[in-house]
Design a protein around this ligand. Structure first.
Ligand SMILES: Cc1cc2nc3c(=O)[nH]c(=O)nc-3n(C[C@H](O)[C@H](O)[C@H](O)COP(=O)(O)O)c2cc1C
Length: 174
């Protein structure tokens, strides 16, 4: 088993992309998660909600804001039961209202992070890492934290070099 785990959430379809709405066939975070896998040879785990978000960008942002306000924990299609055996865990998601989609927390809260090294990875349209690192510190009890990485979503496809060198560095003590 690989010692690196890459958990990610990513939403295909309409998204805000460099100032206009564009329909993505592959989500920005998925692109970045795959670069991390290429760099460190990890296992990928995709977070998928039972109830999918509206394909329409504006409806999706309203629903996401509502979930944030309620601190909701949307149900997932499948769950990771354990992360025993992994040393490093990359938590990758789009910035939704300043943090991860609530579905990421649904999964993280079920895991024991004692002794793991956790890295925040966020794709965004201006908010950078938002509160992701702070939020992970509250949820991933007992973990150590490596330097996080923010990738501008619209540049995800061009981020391979940056992502790969960061991922290699952070898994060897950076
Ligand atoms: C519901 C929703 C909320 C968003 N909120 C923010 C935000 O607060 N700050 C920001 O910089 N970008 C925000 N964005 C833009 C996304 O973070 C960005 O497009 C990201 O790269 C999308 O990744 P994905 O294609 O993997 O889902 C939001 C997008 C959506 C759909």
């Amino acid at each position: 088993m690989a010692k690196n785990l890459i958990i990610y959430y990513s939403r295909k379809g309409q998204n805000y992309w460099n100032g206009s709405i564009k329909s993505l066939t592959k989500g920005n975070t998925e692109i970045v998660a795959e670069f991390i896998q290429k760099a460190v040879d990890g296992d990928l785990f995709e977070i998928e909600t039972v109830k999918s978000y509206d394909a329409d960008y504006y409806k999706c942002i309203d629903d996401a804001q509502d979930e944030l306000r309620k601190n909701a924990r949307p149900e997932l299609k499948r769950y990771l039961d354990s992360i025993d055996g992994y040393e490093n865990v990359f938590v990758c998601g789009p910035c939704w209202w300043g943090t991860y989609p609530m579905a990421m927390f649904t999964q993280l809260e079920k895991l024991d992070f004692t002794g793991k090294k956790v890295m925040a990875v966020m794709t965004h349209e201006g908010s950078g890492l938002g509160s992701s690192e702070r939020d992970l510190k509250k949820i991933c009890k007992g973990a150590a934290f490596g330097k996080g990485l923010a990738v501008h979503g619209a540049d995800a496809g061009k981020s391979e070099g940056t992502v790969i060198s960061w991922a290699k560095k952070v898994t060897v003590g950076g």
